[in-house]
Design a protein around this ligand. Structure first.
Ligand code: WTA
Length: 655
């Protein structure tokens, strides 16, 4: 692979002077200090992580073995004799010392309806709800599915599970009944926690109705706890359905934490892979919590008194890490944002930053691209002087957008951090350190502590040892928050991450390393589409399309999109005698089976799809046709039906 493009000199942004002269100074305040700590974390991981685990977490039983096991069998353990409780670490130890400190600032959908929740209050609420769950039979190791809007009760539900050692599985509230059902069934949850309705961007979402539809095919669910959010009347079927508030009143506001092993699972998070079936990624209590705490402290340079403003949904790993576990494990204050960047106006984020004096702001590049389109007049009037660190995650940020973020939002006095990570990595893996790393717009820069990166030749699997390298991104050794398995499918875990390149964890992303050693993440090399930072698999979308009675075959592709990064487009062939199919029905089909965010922007109804002789659809060719690159379609000789290509080009042109 050519590496000429890696020689381009990118503008280097030094760490803003005002951050270095702050008192207290950044936790890591020079590139030399970063290098020293990073080297220690790689050369002596046992000492490095052992020390940090005792510094950042409270253990009920100390650990003796920091790390054991490896990638080959997927038997990695961290802190294996250690015992702790995540909710104790996030609540009790701070509430005992400082009960009146604000833990969560809730910014509701409608401006002006914000609410602050202290550590003392949060601990009592979590305990009460944990007692409710306990009274309904929930115990250590049980899985609990949570499908909730962005309300404080979602945080309470999550931490109540952690208090009992139950395993939470939060399903993003944008998923449809079908996707929700699959996730509840896969996790074998007997308990579901939800709300009556919710509001987002001024629109009402009929949450309970979605749950009811999903549960038609989940006979194993015994109880549904319903939080009253809007108060509208919703379908309610006792004794299965139980009102949150009715039960809460019965319970005492203290519940002793169930002390679990470091390797006991803390949660399941479903994510898309190359095949249609979503993977339930398992994160464990000790390692995950340690990395979540370390991310907030080092990646966001969290100091006492800071206000962390992560705009992600708690249904994604970013929300778990940067709204709940990271801030609370540090005894910090986090904003829980329940609206959209443009509701009621495109100034919403900046009003929230100014109102709550947010110090660390974190969102997805897609939101920045959208707001940039509206113009800086929506940003400029707001006092953003509290901001110190502004970050992005979830997808590549293009240099132009980075520069705009830096200048307009960061006013050239903030550290801009492009953080690269995955649901499976559990915490940030490639990132600038706010007080140490000179940044290059579009590069996630350098590895976080303990992340031993390698760039491999995708064909041979050999490691590219030169500084300049282009290939696929892999990690050489275990880190504390790495996913330990896929729920009930360890073999799939090994197949997906450990077996493609022996001895490495495979990220599924392409990456480059330039002459200065900076990493540039290129995006997925598998069949995963990243729409506005949401991961979708092509086969998941295809399965939804194929369920339509008129569909014969379907192919989904990701196409570049100015705002969303990528959008979904689909090609469908119809069964004979089904000429009347409306494209809208097909789009609706995906909305219904996965969720609105997965709906294809365009569906082409075509006569045939390009296939190899073994019957594999060549999505690469479809992508090129849609992007107008018909003169670089590559080798078509492997196609079983090369004539289709010309017909397809015409069909796309005429649609
Ligand atoms: C992509 C989100 C470029 C990548 C935290 C990865 C990124 C997938 C970045 C994981 C970034 C995430 N630059 N690409 N800074 N961050 N990605 O599991 O393709 O929802 O594999 O985790 O998003 O998405 P996930």
């Amino acid at each position: 692979m050519s590496t000429d493009h890696l020689k381009i000199q990118f503008k280097l942004h030094p760490v803003p002077e005002c951050l270095l002269s702050r008192n207290p100074p950044p936790h890591v305040n020079s590139i030399e200090q970063y290098k020293k700590l990073y080297e220690e974390s790689i050369k002596n991981p046992t000492e490095f992580w052992g020390k940090l685990a005792n510094e950042l977490l409270t253990w009920h039983t100390p650990f003796q073995t920091v790390l054991s096991g490896g990638f080959e069998h997927g038997d990695v353990t961290w802190f294996r004799e250690g015992r702790l409780n995540a909710s104790y670490n996030c609540l009790d130890r701070h509430a005992i010392k400082n009960p009146d400190k604000v833990a969560i600032i809730y910014e509701a959908d409608e401006p002006g309806q914000d609410r602050k929740i202290t550590y003392g209050e949060l601990l009592r609420d979590v305990c009460r709800f944990a007692n409710v769950l306990k009274a309904h039979g929930v115990k250590k190791g049980d899985t609990v599915s949570i499908y909730m809007p962005m309300v404080p009760e979602a945080v309470i539900a999550i931490l109540a599970c952690a208090r009992l050692g139950a395993v939470h599985s939060v399903v993003f509230a944008g998923f449809s009944p079908g996707s929700l059902r699959d996730r509840i069934l896969d996790a074998s949850s007997k308990i579901v926690i939800t709300a009556d309705e919710s509001c987002r961007g001024g629109r009402t979402i009929h949450t309970k109705k979605i749950i009811d539809e999903a549960l038609v095919e989940c006979p194993g669910v015994e109880h549904v706890f319903v939080f009253r959010c809007t108060g509208s009347s919703v379908p309610f079927s006792s004794p299965r359905d139980v009102w949150w508030h009715d039960e809460l009143e019965k319970q005492r506001p203290y519940c002793p934490p169930e002390i679990v092993n470091a390797e006991d699972p803390l949660f399941i998070m479903y994510t898309s892979g190359s095949t249609g079936k979503p993977k339930g990624v398992i994160h464990t209590t000790g390692g995950y919590l340690l990395n979540a705490a370390a991310t907030l402290k080092y990646v966001f340079d969290y100091h006492e008194g800071d206000i962390m403003g992560c705009m992600a949904d708690i249904g994604w790993i970013t929300g778990h890490n940067c709204i709940i576990y990271g801030p609370l494990a540090n005894g910090g204050t986090a904003v829980l944002f329940g609206s959209t960047p443009i509701y009621p106006t495109p100034s919403r984020y900046w009003e929230v930053v100014a109102k709550h004096k947010i110090t660390q702001f974190y969102t997805a590049p897609t939101a920045i691209r959208l707001l940039r389109k509206f113009g800086r007049e929506y940003v400029d009037p707001h006092d953003l002087s509290s901001l110190r660190v502004i970050g992005t995650a979830g997808e590549p940020i293009n240099p132009d957008t980075w520069e705009w973020y830096n200048e307009v939002v960061g006013r050239n006095v903030c550290s801009v951090i492009d953080t690269y990570w995955q649901t499976e990595t559990g915490s940030v893996t490639v990132t600038p350190f706010p007080g140490a790393t000179a940044t290059k717009p579009g590069s996630a820069t350098f590895p976080f502590f303990g992340i031993d990166l390698a760039i491999l030749n995708p064909d041979t699997g050999e490691e590219i040892e030169t500084t300049e390298a282009e290939g696929v991104l892999a990690i050489r050794r275990p880190w504390p928050s790495m996913a330990r398995t896929i729920y009930n499918n360890h073999n799939r875990y090994l197949d997906t991450y450990m077996r493609p390149y022996k001895g490495y964890y495979f990220t599924g992303d392409g990456a480059g390393r330039d002459h200065d050693g900076y990493y540039w993440i290129r995006g997925r090399v598998d069949d995963v589409i990243n729409v506005s930072g949401h991961r979708l698999s092509t086969s998941e979308i295809e399965s939804a399309l194929i369920m339509h009675p008129m569909t014969a075959e379907a192919a989904a592709i990701g196409v570049s999109n100015e705002i969303k990064g990528q959008c979904v487009q689909a090609f469908v062939t119809l069964k004979p005698n089904s000429n009347n199919t409306d494209v809208k029905d097909l789009t609706l089909q995906v909305r219904k089976y996965i969720g609105p965010f997965a709906a294809p922007e365009k569906v082409y109804i075509v006569n045939d799809l390009p296939k190899t002789r073994s019957g594999k659809i060549m999505r690469r060719i479809l992508r090129k046709i849609v992007e107008g690159q018909t003169d670089s379609l590559g080798d078509l000789s492997t196609l079983a039906n090369p004539d289709t290509v010309d017909t397809l080009i015409e069909e796309v042109k005429n649609s």
